[in-house]
Design a protein around this ligand. Sequence first.
Ligand code: UDP
Ligand code: MG
Length: 318
Amino acid sequence: MTPHISVVVPMYNEQDVLPLFVQRLRPVLDGLGVAYEVVAVDDGSADQTPVLLQRFLREWPQLRVVRLRANSGHQAAISAGLSNARGDWIATIDADLQDPPEVLGEMLTVGEAQQADVVYGVRTDRSTDSAFKRSTARGFYTLMRAIGGSGLRMDAGDFRLMSRATVDAVNALPEHHRVLRLVIPTLGFPEAEVGYRRDHRAAGTSKYPLHKMLKLTLDSVTGFSLAPLRLATWFGMGGFVLAAALLAYAVISKIAGNPISGWTSTVVIVAGFAALQLLCLGILGEYVGRIYATQQARPTYYVAYDSLLAAPPERRPV
Ligand code: UDP
Ligand code: MG
């Protein structure tokens, strides 16, 4: 039977929080009164997470474990979950209890009542995040909205509910290094939102060090906007206008019988050609960027084990 809702949970080295998470998520889902599945995506954890998951598998029939071969990152782990989830509705939630599982029911109600295909969890209160996290997050959202991701909701992370149609559309996207919160608004599905209070991480430490945040930002910018490439084009155009103005000035001065001494022509030519080169480079860059993105269709994760298909590792014959 198709589950009514699949809950995708990416987790990386979450041994400390996993038992608490299961303890809180399970009653919520049992209480919904609908068929459900939980797709736990073990993002190549190196701690006791896989062992704990095997233990939970035995006592929680609705749990499914998909283990990735290597640590592939939050977005890739969510993508792996979305590709494997079978539900009519698919929710994604972090394992650290910062996104309260209790909100899932409300998301489902809102999605069904408002016939929305995407229901965003929007953080109404981020006071539990550190000042550093809040300011970097603000910078990220402002930057992304400025360079074209105007569909991005301020303070909507990856806690959301999506319809089957939305997830099918996401799965069908050819682009691999995608940042879901940016891509989903571009699909054009009707959207709604549910506010929630972001809690402290219940246990363990953040799995998002600065370099992962920077990678997310770089993936967001390059995957979503040609603005950096376009910058060369704009510089080129600006330089070109400047050179034209210099030329006009030199010509007018000459006509007015007040010619500027020799350097003008040199400056005009150097500036003009530099601008032209930048312009051409910019245009070239636009195309190279597009080809690169389309061409690089490399998977971002590999599945090592899926509890739906295989016996748990320890029971497999060696
Ligand atoms: N996560 C993951 N792979 C990674 C990093 C993080 O699957 O490489 C998961 C992590 O286990 C958690 C979620 O992504 O369920 C969000 O990570 P975290 O809570 O550490 O990020 P923060 O809230 O600090 O931004
Ligand atoms: Mg967290």
